[in-house]
Write a protein that binds this ligand. Structure first.
Ligand SMILES: NC(=O)c1ccc[n+]([C@@H]2O[C@H](COP(=O)([O-])OP(=O)(O)OC[C@H]3O[C@@H](n4cnc5c(N)ncnc54)[C@H](OP(=O)(O)O)[C@@H]3O)[C@@H](O)[C@H]2O)c1
Length: 223
């Protein structure tokens, strides 16, 4: 039976590319984001293996419901790609906007926890995997970056979750790209990492035998 992956932030960039790559590799994919129209278009492109579920990951009940619907539709949950994330328009601390920090921390930090909390009972049954999008910004110190600090949370949490999940044969991976050419930026970044490159890394982590826990994949641009 095909395994099932739920992806947050699937309407765009890394999440959309991963949906296509995972479906190509034989996974069923549940696609979550707020933009229902983009999810429907992507699901139509992928075909029967895909299910679009409009969902705001900062609403605990919405991500829990999306996970339930995924299990009902496909019969199990084998992996989560907690990838939805956002930045801020106003960089730095002194010039930063506390409301923007609040909203970003909700998506980049708390919503990852909500997804993990709702998914783990299902992943325990499938000895499944939890993959999170961290960042180079979560491994280095960047001047005044509150965004980077949310990704330091992700880096730390992924390792801690890996230690919790290994008790029952589960695995957790953090993917830590440098700059990726996605709508995260206003301008195209053609020489940087392509979303398909990150998608390949996610699928690699997901396809390893149970004896290999891929804890981190760090990808940098090569320009
Ligand atoms: N691009 C880079 O250079 C880079 C580098 C390292 C890490 N990352 C990380 O990679 C991840 C994906 O970003 P991307 O580069 O692919 O950017 P993107 O194209 O802007 O995608 C962001 C995704 O997150 C979704 N999202 C945002 N807020 C949400 C919410 N409240 N509920 C549900 N979904 C939400 C967006 O969908 P909707 O707007 O439809 O909800 C969209 O699908 C993020 O975690 C980002 O921090 C990016």
């Amino acid at each position: 039976m095909a395994r099932t992956l739920i992806i947050t932030g699937a309407s765009s960039g890394i999440g959309a590319a991963t949906a296509k790559a995972a479906a190509e590799a034989g996974w069923n994919v549940a696609l979550c984001a707020r933009s229902a129209d983009k999810l429907e278009a992507l699901a139509a492109e992928i075909g029967d293996r895909a299910l679009a579920i409009a969902c705001d990951v900062t609403h605990r009940e919405q991500i829990a419901d999306a996970i339930k619907r995924t299990v009902s539709a496909f019969g199990s949950l084998d992996a989560v790609f907690a990838n939805a994330g956002t930045g801020v328009a106003k960089p730095g601390v002194e010039q930063g906007d506390p409301q923007e920090w609040h909203d970003m921390i909700h998506v980049n930090v708390l919503a990852v926890l909500y997804a993990a909390h709702a998914a783990i009972p299902h992943l325990r049954k499938s000895k499944g995997q939890f993959v999170i999008t961290g960042s180079k910004a979560g491994r280095d110190h960047l001047k005044g970056s509150v965004y980077g600090a949310t990704k330091w949370f992700v880096q730390g949490f992924a390792g801690n979750l890996a230690e919790e999940m290994r008790e029952w044969g589960g695995r957790c991976t953090v993917i830590t790209p440098g700059m990726v050419d996605t709508p995260f930026f206003d301008e195209p970044k053609p020489g940087k990492i392509q979303p398909e490159d990150v998608a390949n890394a996610v699928v690699y982590a997901l396809q390893q035998p149970a004896t290999a826990a891929v804890r981190e994949i760090h990808i940098m641009p090569n320009d």
